[in-house]
Ligand binder design. Structure first.
Ligand code: AMP
Ligand code: GLY
Length: 427
């Protein structure tokens, strides 16, 4: 088969590696891709937002299947447009992607189908928002309805902070994403993510992970897209995983089907494991980044074959087969990330780092200039290590990071600390 993969981050490098490894894949194209995806296929310079151009590319290159990595093209309806043109695509359509594209939609959906989540109120003006905040007190969470690239959530410790967030978002700090807000109860517990592969009718758990959203060690500093991750999430016991599938994922699939927009693709549940059991913090409608960089390398199954089963509506009930290893990834970002960064600095040592046993260096915001690899964005690399336990995986990942020569970058030094600690308590 000829496959077109959409996206250009570390997640897409991990997807490209998994897809290209399948005996079912004849040719892999990635649009627009990055130097990492180019190791597994051919990058195509296409503006993904131009759906007609993507369709033309599919026809020209005889593409049999399109796999969409990031949320923006899903929310923009790329899958609907491809299907209307007779091209198979993996990922939810525009309506089903509202589970990520609109927090207000998702909260109402959870209320209708009794899916455990924080209590909430939708608001469209500051006075109503502040009334609700004063009635409920702090801590409280203020969220913009629309996609805001990780900047749309404020977990406010005080009333003043919550009210300032309301004023900023209604004042236009996030553009149209903040035209409506959701104010919700602050959940207490530890966070974990579960990824489910869905065929519209049913779902299989496709692994768990924990990411590290804050920029600096000790979970301090601004929120980012993710500075590292590990899988599996040791906090999620088999009982909790079964509970999430039974009370969160399957009711969601049933509800989406009842609403006439069955969910096909990867459903990413951001969870808070509370004293009352797991509750949904939010949905994403795609793999996480960097979570894909720890889940896909652990998979022993043919990923493309599983995708095709999900598309045919015949996912089956056999759980995924995993390699006998845990995985941990450390993200290297340009200094200044998630704020403004300098572009163009040279990165060396990737081959030495990637040649280490059980290490994979995934590329995200890299580019090739005059034969050299340079940093072109915020998050640049994700250095993944596999090992029998988290302590070894962590040591392997950081040894590989040390082999990378990039003074303009930084990383957290405590990725996986909680998993290592939990593991040492168990021994
Ligand atoms: P998001 O940008 O939607 O991924 O949310 C960012 C982070 O905000 C989440 O990972 C949680 O740490 C936190 N968060 C969101 N909603 C809640 C909530 N209701 N209670 C506690 N923390 C939350
Ligand atoms: N790592 C968080 C995300 O992919 O949304």
């Amino acid at each position: 088969m000829n496959i077109l993969l959409i996206g250009s981050g570390g997640r897409e490098h991990a997807l490209a590696r998994a897809i290209a490894a399948s005996p079912l894949c004849d040719r892999l194209l990635t649009a627009p891709g990055n130097p990492g995806t180019a190791q597994h296929g051919t990058n195509m310079a296409v503006a993904v937002a131009d759906h007609a151009a993507v369709i033309a590319l599919c026809r020209r290159e005889a593409i049999d299947l399109v796999v969409v990595g990031p949320e923006a093209p899903l929310v923009a309806g790329l899958v609907d447009d491809l299907e209307a043109a007779g091209i198979r695509a993996f990922g939810p359509g525009r309506e089903a992607a509202r589970l990520e594209g609109s927090k207000a939609f998702t909260k109402d959906f959870c209320a209708e189908f009794a899916i455990p989540t924080a209590s909430y109120r939708r608001v469209t003006d500051a006075a109503a928002a502040k009334r609700y905040i004063r009635e409920h007190g702090a801590p409280i969470v203020v969220k913009a309805d629309g996609l805001a690239a990780g900047k749309g959530v404020v977990v406010a410790e005080t009333l003043e902070e919550a009210e300032a967030a309301v004023d900023a978002m209604f004042g236009g700090s996030l553009g149209d994403a903040g035209l409506e807000l959701v104010i919700e109860e602050c959940l207490v517990g530890e966070e974990a993510s579960l990824f489910a592969i869905c065929d519209g009718d049913d779902a299989l758990s496709y692994g768990t992970a924990q990411d590290h959203k804050r920029a600096y060690d000790g979970d301090r500093g601004p929120n980012t897209g993710g500075m590292g991750a590990y899988s599996p999430a040791s906090l999620v016991t088999p009982e909790i995983e079964a509970d999430v599938m039974a009370r969160i994922i399957r009711p969601t699939l049933a509800g989406m089907r009842a609403r006439g927009c069955p969910f096909r693709g990867i459903l990413y549940a951001g969870l808070m494991i509370t004293a009352e059991g797991p509750k949904l913090i939010e949905y994403n409608v795609r793999f996480g980044d960097p979570e894909a960089e720890v889940i896909l390398p652990r998979l022993a199954d043919d990923f493309l074959a599983v995708v095709l089963r999900a598309l045919d509506g015949g996912l089956g009930t056999a759980p995924p087969r995993w390699r006998d290893a845990v995985a941990l990834t450390v993200v290297l970002a340009s200094k200044g990330y998630p704020g403004p960064v300098e572009k163009g600095s040279r990165i060396g040592g990737l081959d030495a780092a990637g040649a280490r046993p059980d290490v994979i260096v995934f590329q995200a915001g890299t580019a090739e200039r005059d034969g050299a690899l340079v940093a072109e964005g915020g998050r640049i690399l994700a250095v993944t290590a596999l090992a029998p336990d988290f302590a070894t995986a962590q040591a392997r990942a950081y040894e590989a990071v040390a082999a990378i020569d990039w003074p303009e970058g930084f990383c957290r030094t405590d990725i996986g600390a909680r998993a290592v600690e939990r593991e040492s308590r168990r021994d």
